[in-house]
Design a protein around this ligand. Structure first.
Ligand code: FAD
Length: 460
């Protein structure tokens, strides 16, 4: 345990703040997005620059503290924090620099999706990433990153050009396609295992106004919609991303009161291109399926679509989620989905199937650490509720639902949709890339200093 003189020295070495347990702000600052996770770190170093990060890594290692790295704090199992250790909190490092000439974006690790979208949109650009604006880009990127732009432009990691990294021994390195290539390979999907990333450089794309939004059908049409969707999506142009959901209409505006609480299935879409083209591509959705219960599909700025669901998902809800990669959606799987979705224990609980085909499939499976490029969808089953007393119920529901669906999946899950599920699951996720990841881990973090994550153990 560090003594007070060591802590004082460490504090003096930082430009940012060091939050200790007695600090009146401690409880607020240590909070994570998932209200189900309550961790009490010993120290929270709120880094403002790379020098702070280097100092924090040295201090944590020399004092033999458990170290957690926090970006946006959105991780399901709360891997952005730890009990009794040091949190290297990057959430105030929010610089974003857009270069419209090279169409690149350099972002610091405290940025949320919304921070990056806001800065890029001013130049008519966007970086492919997630679909909720409050999510941190750091954890999202290091785990892979999929969203509305993935079918056309690939995963977030497929657009990652360079990272600055502070390694376990405190060294600062750049990792890109010509420097520390092994590290750069591992960082693209291997999570926070290899060092503290202090800057990400991304390729951006010309995406400004998009056409899209949610369409809901009563759940009685869900089988039909799912059967139709499994045929429609793979042949739909890559400009269109439609993800599928089994959900409940939230009892709140802007949804019409008469449908509040109704169980539904949904397609939530984003078309990159003009409205006229979108209407042609999306015509079958309206022509071949029953009339929807609700639709809010229009032209909107990309950041508006990206933040459409933010009000429903504030910080502090209870979350328990499980994922898997899905290649096909046979009728038996649809039956299991419908049976379990019907038992959803709360209005916010949901299942989503996010497309990861087209551009994602154009990158080979060992080109980055992200292995499951043969899947068609990344599935998440999420039990969500504001009430902590429902934590057990939503957990039970998500687990039982997942057990029923898992036999129809290809094994392994998106690491950013996993709770702490053990080494077997991590190995299944990385498949043939796992051994290479372990070797890179051994080279850059042989003592497993960075182990509060979906952990890749150093090779023996
Ligand atoms: C509402 C919601 C919507 C989501 N939507 C999507 C989506 O559309 N697409 C998608 O791909 N994912 C999505 N996710 C999942 C998301 O990618 C993960 O929750 C991810 O962990 C969030 O990153 P973070 O920086 O906020 O997390 P944190 O909790 O801060 O960190 C997560 C992990 O990353 C590590 N880490 C964080 N920053 C760094 C760093 N700078 N250097 C090294 N390691 C670091 C941490 O150690 C930890 O292991 C969503 C999550 C939520 C809650």
């Amino acid at each position: 345990m560090s003594n007070s003189t060591d802590i004082k020295k460490f504090k003096a070495s930082l430009r940012g703040e060091l939050i200790e347990r007695g600090d009146p702000r401690y409880d607020e600052i240590r909070k994570l997005y998932n209200g189900m996770v309550d961790k009490r770190p010993l120290l929270i170093a709120r880094c403002v620059n790379v020098a702070d990060v280097i100092s924090a890594v040295h201090f944590g290692r020399d004092q033999k503290l458990l170290i957690a790295i926090r970006g946006g704090g959105h991780n399901g199992p709360g891997l952005g924090s730890c009990d009794d250790g040091l949190v290297i909190d990057l959430s105030t490092m929010k610089g974003v620099h857009v270069d419209p000439e090279t169409r690149t974006v350099r972002a610091e690790p405290g940025c949320t999706q919304g921070d990056m979208d806001h800065a890029s949109h001013a130049f008519g650009l966007a970086v492919p990433a997630g679909i909720v604006s409050t999510t941190g880009i750091a954890g999202l990127t290091l785990g892979g990153g999929h969203g509305y732009l993935s079918r056309k432009y690939g995963l977030t990691i497929d657009n990652l050009l360079e990272t600055d990294v502070v390694l376990a021994d405190g060294r600062f390195v750049k990792a890109n396609s010509s420097q520390h290539q092994d590290l750069f390979w591992a960082l693209r999907g291997g999570g926070g295992n290899f060092g503290v990333v202090t800057s990400f450089v991304y390729r951006a794309h010309p995406v400004s106004l998009v056409y899209g939004g949610p369409i809901f059908w009563d759940v009685k049409h869900a089988r039909r919609v799912m059967q139709w969707y499994r045929e429609f999506l793979p042949q739909a142009p890559e400009e269109l991303c439609s993800f599928f959901g089994l959900k409940t209409v939230p009892s709140t505006a802007p949804f019409p009161e008469e449908i509040w609480g109704r169980k539904i299935c949904a397609l939530i879409s984003c078309f990159i291109g003009p409205r006229e083209d979108a209407e042609v591509v999306m015509k079958p959705i309206f022509g071949e399926l029953p009339s929807p219960l609700f639709k809010h599909v229009d032209t909107m700025p990309f950041p508006a679509l990206q933040s459409l669901f933010d009000p429903l998902l504030p910080t502090g809800l209870q979350w328990y989620w499980k994922g898997d990669f899905v290649k096909e959606l046979p009728d038996e799987a649809i039956d299991a989905h419908l049976e379990h979705a019907a038992k959803a224990p709360s209005e916010l609980s949901l299942t989503h199937l996010y497309p990861i085909d087209k551009a994602v499939h154009r990158v080979s499976r060992n080109n980055t650490a992200w292995n499951c490029r043969n899947a068609t969808w990344s599935m998440v089953i999420a039990g969500i509720d504001p009430n902590p007393h429902k934590a057990k119920e939503i957990t039970k529901w998500a687990k039982e639902y997942w057990e029923a669906i898992h036999p129809f999946t290809i094994g392994g899950a998106y690491v950013n949709f996993m709770m702490e599920e053990g080494q077997e699951r991590i190995q299944a996720t990385y498949g043939e890339n796992h051994a290479r990841l372990s070797a890179v881990k051994k080279k850059y973090d042989p003592d497993n200093l960075f182990r509060v994550n979906q952990n890749i153990k150093p090779a023996p």
